[in-house]
Write a protein that binds this ligand. Structure first.
Ligand code: ATP
Length: 234
């Protein structure tokens, strides 16, 4: 197995035009871990998370300086295929993102784009992804129902299943429990813990207690930098 960190920042500065969000940051995220990012609103957590899948590229004025490494590779170098990067780095948002299609078609959506030649495998892979997302038992008899008929918590697990179906090594979760009731939130928390067996997870959350229960490592984003949970430099 490779010995470099799955994700790392070396002398990274992130800015929107003249507004510097993070300055000269160094940090690394270990393989097969859940690492929570805590920090005040506006401190730069989402900006950092989106940087790892180059989701800020289209924002006018956004610039990443320094080296942002994913699986050892500087992803802001010119040779990187952003489409291929996003297969390996899945990003999930606060609000469940489901399409107005069936539950099944939501799960296979990413596979259709990334693995168009493997259609025969889709039903099996969809089942495995739904099982990993702890959703299979609730939907196995209604795969053709419209996805928007699921509850918010189920929709969030469906979005996770769709992401897992393309088998990314890295999962970036941007407050995935923020819009959920306590029971659904707990279900997603348990799911996040289980994901580290096969994935590296970076998880933005405002829920400190949840982070302490579920994350193996906690980093704070504040004052333009990233520190350890106790405020010490990394
Ligand atoms: N598209 C954008 N254009 C310009 N500035 C932006 C943009 N998105 C975010 N910012 C600014 O960058 C800073 C960091 O924002 P970001 O959304 O990363 O913070 P956050 O820690 O994720 O906040 P929250 O916890 O409220 O989601 C803020 O000052 C914000 O106003």
């Amino acid at each position: 197995m490779s010995d470099y960190p799955v994700l790392s920042l070396e002398a990274v500065t992130l800015r929107y035009g003249a507004r510097v969000v993070l300055r000269d940051v160094y940090c690394a995220f270990p393989r097969n871990s859940v690492c929570a990012l805590l920090g005040a609103s506006g401190s730069g957590k989402s900006t950092l998370l989106r940087t790892f899948s180059r989701m800020n590229d289209s924002i006018p004025g956004f610039r990443a300086e320094g080296q942002v490494r994913v699986l050892g590779r500087d992803i802001y170098s010119e040779a990187v295929d952003v489409y291929a990067l996003r297969r390996r780095v899945g990003l999930l948002f606060q609000k469940p993102c489901v399409f107005p299609k069936s539950i099944y078609h939501n799960v296979v959506f990413g596979m259709q784009h990334h693995y168009p030649g493997c259609k025969a495998e889709f039903p099996d892979r969809a089942e495995q992804a739904l099982k990993k997302a702890f959703l299979w038992n609730e939907v196995k008899d209604r795969l053709n129902d419209p996805a928007p008929t699921l509850s918010q918590g189920q929709q969030q697990r469906l979005a996770i299943a769709r992401t897992l179906a393309v088998d990314p090594e890295i999962l970036l979760l941007d407050e995935p429990t923020a819009s959920l009731d306590p029971k659904s939130s707990r279900a997603i928390e348990e799911l996040i813990v289980s994901l580290q067996a096969e994935h590296t997870v970076v998880w933005v959350t405002h829920q400190v207690e949840q982070a302490r229960r579920a994350a193996g490592c906690i980093l704070r984003v504040e004052n333009g930098t990233v520190t350890a949970d106790n405020g010490q430099p990394l």
